[in-house]
Design a protein around this ligand. Structure first.
Ligand SMILES: NC(=O)c1ccc[n+]([C@@H]2O[C@H](COP(=O)([O-])OP(=O)(O)OC[C@H]3O[C@@H](n4cnc5c(N)ncnc54)[C@H](OP(=O)(O)O)[C@@H]3O)[C@@H](O)[C@H]2O)c1
Length: 271
């Protein structure tokens, strides 16, 4: 028997919704027949139906029978979707939103009532079950609601609880974070190409290096600085690289970049 027996509707059957649904079904957390996904794209829905055995609809009105609704549309279509579902949504239905920059209070207000809302900021490694998601409760959601949202997101990775005013920082750190790592990998692979290393060899080595470094830091519990210093022997190759990074103020540039992401998140949340 699956762990969750509630009927869940996902509005917006995009990449993120698919990642979460695939995790929920694969881990037997929720039976496929308890899940309905809605979208404006029929071909997309038909593919998802075949892949996961879930039900689908192009009518967001199917939320009327749901015990839980996951809002997984892009932020710019959120207000239309909320208007559409507000009249049919049951009072006791838990609403979980993964849309970036859409506050709990704006969802509560649009749904016209004391709605239980939980907001989540996931990231794309959820697509391979390695996501990092932060979760926060709206004004009317309780501990049990947070636990449900957490259990759902844990099907595709790690979850942490934060205050809603910390979500812009989370967005800048882990929401946009995968792109920072891909950026570094682009540079590492470009260097490998210049040295003439075979493409697949370079890719395997670079990926294992990033994964291994993260694992080393996680398993030892040591700081990034300590681990970096330990591999930087005097007069060695790593020291030559770190010296160049310092000369180019790469750390300062990364800090500036993450602050820019934070400011953009604040701006989008207020628009
Ligand atoms: N991807 C990320 O890294 C990430 C990280 C954190 C949070 N999020 C949040 O997760 C949410 C989903 O992101 P995503 O990357 O999965 O987006 P996505 O792939 O664009 O998925 C959204 C889906 O909703 C469909 N849609 C549009 N209007 C609709 C409507 N009125 N009713 C039902 N479905 C509708 C879209 O169809 P069309 O394409 O035809 O419009 C699309 O298939 C966003 O709010 C985003 O902010 C994403």
């Amino acid at each position: 028997m699956s762990i969750m027996e509630s009927k869940v509707v996902f509005i917006g059957a995009g990449n993120m919704a698919e990642a979460i649904v695939s995790g929920m079904v694969a881990g037997d957390f929720c039976a496929a027949e308890k899940i309905i996904m809605t979208d404006v794209r029929l071909d997309r829905l038909s593919d998802l139906e075949k892949e996961y055995g879930i039900a689908t609809s192009t009518d967001n009105g199917v939320v009327e029978n749901a015990e839980m609704v996951v809002l997984a549309v892009k932020p710019q279509v959120m207000s239309n979707v909320l208007k559409e579902i507000a009249p049919v949504l049951r009072e006791e239905t838990l609403v979980i939103s993964i849309a970036a920059g859409v506050s709990c209070s704006s969802i509560e207000a649009a749904l016209d009532g004391e709605r239980r809302v939980v907001r989540v900021m996931p990231n794309t490694p959820a697509l391979v079950g390695q996501g990092a998601a932060a979760i926060t409760a709206g004004a009317h959601a309780d501990e049990a609601d947070l636990e449900v949202a957490e259990a759902i997101l844990q099907c595709v990775g790690l979850t942490v609880r934060v205050e809603e005013n910390e979500l812009d920082a989370v967005t800048a750190l882990s929401g946009s974070g995968p792109a920072y790592v891909f950026y570094l990998l682009e540079a590492m692979l470009a260097a490998a190409e210049e040295f003439g290393l075979e493409k697949e060899t370079a890719r395997s080595l670079a990926l294992q290096t990033v994964e291994g470094a993260a694992r080393l830091m996680k398993d030892t519990g040591e700081s990034a600085k300590n681990l970096r210093e330990r591999v930087t022997s005097k007069g060695g190759t790593t020291e030559a690289a770190i010296h160049t990074l310092n000369e180019e103020n790469v750390k300062g540039a990364v800090l500036k970049a993450i602050k820019a992401a934070y400011e953009r998140s604040v701006e989008l949340s207020n628009s």
